[in-house]
Each structure stands twice: as structure tokens, then as C-alpha cells.
Design a protein around this ligand. Structure first.
Ligand code: 5AD
Ligand code: SF4
Length: 467
């Protein structure tokens, strides 16, 4: 019997990449690979890359420089290390990677991960392989499902991709080019996957897609189902206690999604709804196809359906042509909404996107200054939101042992990390916690009806992408 080969996979960027990385591990497990945490020790290293901003792409080339050295070290020790580049940089710059980085054996785009075993075999025979096609077949049908043991090892919260690609073509964004046009998986395939996860201890399902609420997958009745209808179906799966979805576009919020929030207690009242800017002029230049008033109206519809709903968003500062007045409109919108969290980025021109040809660049100093002002406003809103939990009792889904001995950490409905002193038996359960204090972004508390020890903190972040 040949010993298992070791696979190390490093993922950058969004939840879609986290999910894809798991499916690559599952698929390569079928041809004899096991995961290792140590890149230097691996027979295969996969970089699962992100192309959304320039900084994210640059990381790939510096990481490849380090891996070239590791590959040479392995060769000196008589081992072969293969290097594969996956993800959106692979899709966008495949040929360039092959030309610039001779140590790379395989380049594979997000729609072709099911071809990985074959590409690696081809590279093993001395032919460097590149596959950045958008094949006609659905990769999901070919990617292996995780084993029961792998599901359990990955914890109580899982992502499930239901939709990929985007047809919106915001002028700053590479996603429509790297991930292709919108594709939705059939309802029954998703339900089967969710059922398998729930049967193996998963309690929280996050349905993901670059533009998840544009979901229009085929239902068992042969009709096209909306995300709202899919959410109702997922809520019926035994064992699923919490449901989330990400990332949404304001224009694709329909009545079925709003009523899902009204009708489904398992659907968490926390919605990531990127707006990007509060200025109508900039929203139009971004080709967002909505103005600030339309966004506010969508938020009001959610709030009318579920009073305890909270929002997070993405913002871009320094989009070409953004004036101080435009930027103030963004601050005003943030003021008006009151976010529980938000991500903000400096505009980064991406090759091939319409905005990359726009001339009126905002200066680096102005961008820095605007980013700081926006982030301090968002930070103050987030702190206020978190502080409001102190003294209340909130439901927490416990996920794992925390760094501090004896502490268990979980998440509230709003994805706030919450720490308690308790036995690890509570992992996988949703229990009420009385919140005593806040340490940075973490809530500290006690299980209701339990005695607790001294508190400690940690922080966590969630990276999102799309819409
Ligand atoms: N520059 C800066 N931020 C960007 N995003 C997408 N493209 C760019 C870009 N070219 C941000 C958007 C999106 C998030 C995932 O990344 O805010 O919602
Ligand atoms: Fe699509 Fe979102 Fe990118 Fe716009 S920002 S093109 S909606 S993925």
C-alpha cells in the first residue's frame, strides 16, 4: 500500500474559498491525500487565491517565492513537492503565473476543481497544467462530499455554496469575470448536503454565493425557486438550528426573503447587505443600479418584518471621482442605518474592470483619511451595538474550546463571539448566556443557571465577498 500523500492548502479571501478549499480536500482525499498543517512537509501545496483587491493578489506572488524555496529544499531531501494555484488569481492571471513562477505545477480556476486529480497527474508526468475553463458540466456533481469524520472535525457551523457567479457588473468588481455568470444549484442537491451536515453534528448552516439572493435554483417541482423558498426548505431539515445567508445585493431582496425573516425563527436576524457608497452619483458610476433611498427602503422592509434585525455592509472609499460631498453622503447613510458591523476598503483598480479606466483618481492621502473617518464611525456603531448586549441574556451556539483553559466560545445571533467558563459538553448546543462585559469585540458572560470562572477575551473576524 502506498503511504498517503500530504496536502497543505492555504486559502485567502471569502467564504466561497473556504468552502471550495474543503471540497478540494475532500476530492483529493479520494486519490490518497491527507491534510497537513505544515507546508514544508507537504507533497502538494495549494494556494487558493483572492483577486478582489490588488493587495490580495500580490500576496500570491510573494507566497510563491517562499514556496519555491520549500520546493527546492524538498527536492534536495529527495522528495517531490507539487505546487498548485487555485482561486480567482488563477482564473484571472493563469498564463502569467505559469510564465512568472516556474515552480508552479498546476493552475486551476474555481470552476474546474473537480479536474484537480487529473491535472496533478498530468503535471507529475512533467507537463505543467492550466485549466481556467468554465466547463459545461456542474463541478458540484463531481466534487467529493466530506466524510462523516471530516464534517465532525470541521465543527458545528458550515458553509454550503448554493449560488456562484454574478451578473451585476459593478464597475469596480472582478467577480463577474473570475467567477463567471450566475449559476444556482438545484434545491434537492443543497438539501441533501445540508441533511448530511446536520446528521453529523452541524447546527448552523450559512448558504453562500457571490450574489446569494439572486438564487434561482431548480426546485423538486421543476420550477425556479427563490432564496426565500429555499430557506423555508432548509429550516425543515432536522437538526438545523440556525440559518444564515451571504452575500446579498439590495436589488435582489424580494418579498419571499423578507417573509422568510418574518416566518423562520431559525433564520438569524443579521443580514450582510453591502451598499458600497451613500452617494447617488457614485452609486451610479459604480453601476450599482440602486440609489441610497432604495437601499434604505430595503432595510426598512427587513426591519418591518423582524424588529431585532441588524445589518452589516461593505463600503469602498475613494472610488474614482468621489468628492468630499460624496463621501459625506456615505457617512450620512451609515449614521442613518446604524450598523452592527461593516467592512470598508480603499478603492483598488482591478485590470479589466470599467472603473480601472476612470481618470479622476482620489489621492492616496485622501483615501487614507476617508477610510479612517469611516472606520471610526463604524467602530463606534459596532461598539455601541456590542455594549447593548451587556446585562441581557442572549442565545449562544457554542463552537469550540477557547484559547483560555476552561473557556468555551460560541456565537450570538449577530455573530458576536461570546465566551463562558463551562464544560466542553456544551459544544454544539445553543444556550442562554447572561452577558457581563465586553472585551474588544468579544462578549463575556455566564451560562444562565451555571457558576462561572474568570473571563477572558479573543477577537474574531468574518471575511465576506461579493454583492
Ligand atoms: N476595490 C476595493 N474594494 C473592492 N471590493 C470589491 N472590489 C473592490 C475594489 N476593486 C469590495 C466591495 C465588496 C467586497 C467584497 O470587496 O466592497 O463588497
Ligand atoms: Fe457582483 Fe457584488 Fe461584485 Fe457587484 S460587488 S459585481 S454585485 S459580486
Amino acid at each position: 500500500m502506498t503511504p498517503p500523500r500530504k496536502l497543505h492548502i492555504k486559502s485567502y479571501g471569502c467564504q466561497m474559498n473556504v468552502y471550495d478549499a474543503q471540497r478540494m480536500v475532500d476530492t483529493l482525499g479520494g486519490v490518497g491525500f491527507v491534510e497537513t498543517a505544515d507546508a514544508g512537509d507537504a507533497d502538494l501545496v495549494i494556494l487558493n487565491t483572492c483577486h478582489i483587491r490588488e493587495k490580495a493578489s500580490e500576496k500570491v506572488y510573494s507566497e510563491l517565492g517562499r514556496l519555491r524555496v520549500a520546493k527546492e529544499d524538498a527536492a534536495r531531501a529527495g522528495r517531490t513537492m507539487q505546487i498548485a494555484v487555485a482561486g480567482c488569481v488563477a482564473q484571472a492571471e493563469g498564463e502569467e503565473i505559469i510564465a512568472r513562477a516556474p515552480a508552479v505545477d498546476v493552475v486551476v480556476g474555481p470552476q474546474s476543481y473537480h479536474h484537480l486529480p487529473e491535472l496533478l497527474a498530468r503535471a507529475g508526468r512533467g507537463n505543467r497544467a492550466i485549466d481556467t475553463e468554465f466547463p459545461a458540466e456542474d463541478k458540484f456533481g463531481f466534487l467529493a462530499r466530506p466524510s462523516a469524520a471530516a464534517i465532525r472535525a470541521r465543527g458545528v457551523s458550515a458553509f454550503v455554496t448554493v449560488q456562484e457567479g454574478c451578473d451585476k457588473f459593478c464597475t469596480f468588481c472582478v467577480v463577474p469575470y473570475t467567477r463567471g455568470s450566475e449559476m444556482s444549484r438545484p434545491v434537492e442537491k443543497i438539501v441533501d448536503e445540508v441533511r448530511e451536515l446536520a446528521d453529523n453534528g452541524v447546527r448552523e448552516i450559512t448558504l453562500i454565493g457571490q450574489n446569494v439572493n439572486a438564487y434561482h435554483g431548480e426546485g423538486p417541482d421543476g420550477r425556479s425557486w427563490t432564496l426565500g423558498r429555499l430557506l423555508h426548505r432548509i429550516a425543515d431539515v432536522a437538526g438545523v438550528a440556525r440559518i444564515r445567508y451571504s452575500t446579498s445585493h439590495p436589488n435582489d431582496v424580494d418579498d419571499s426573503l423578507i417573509s422568510a425573516h418574518r416566518d423562520l425563527p431559525a433564520l438569524m436576524p443579521f443580514v450582510h447587505l453591502p451598499v458600497q457608497s451613500g452617494s447617488d452619483r457614485i452609486l451610479s458610476a459604480m453601476n450599482r443600479k440602486h440609489d441610497a433611498a432604495a437601499y434604505l427602503d430595503v432595510v426598512d422592509r427587513f426591519r418591518a418584518a423582524r424588529q431585532d434585525i441588524a445589518f452589516s455592509s461593505d463600503f469602498i472609499v475613494g472610488f474614482p471621482g468621489e468628492t468630499e460631498e460624496d463621501f459625506r453622503a456615505t457617512l450620512a447613510l451609515v449614521d442613518q442605518i446604524g450598523y452592527a458591523a461593516a467592512y470598508s476598503f480603499k478603492y483598488s483598480p482591478r485590470p479589466g474592470t470599467p472603473a480601472a479606466d476612470m481618470q479622476e483618481m482620489v489621492s492616496a492621502t485622501e483615501m487614507d483619511e476617508r477610510l479612517e473617518r469611516l472606520q471610526s464611525l463604524i467602530d463606534s456603531q459596532q461598539s455601541a451595538f456590542n455594549r447593548a448586549a451587556i446585562g441581557t441574556v442572549v442565545d449562544v451556539l457554542f463552537e469550540r474550546a477557547a484559547r483560555n483553559p476552561g473557556q468555551i466560545v460560541g456565537r450570538t445571533a449577530y455573530l458576536q463571539p461570546a465566551h463562558v467558563m463551562a464544560s466542553p459538553d456544551i459544544i454544539g448546543r445553543i444556550l442562554p448566556v447572561r452577558i457581563d462585559s465586553l472585551e474588544r469585540y468579544s462578549l463575556l458572560g455566564k451560562l444562565v443557571s451555571a457558576t462561572a470562572g474568570p473571563p477572558a477575551g479573543s477577537t474574531a473576524s468574518l471575511v465576506t465577498i461579493g454583492a
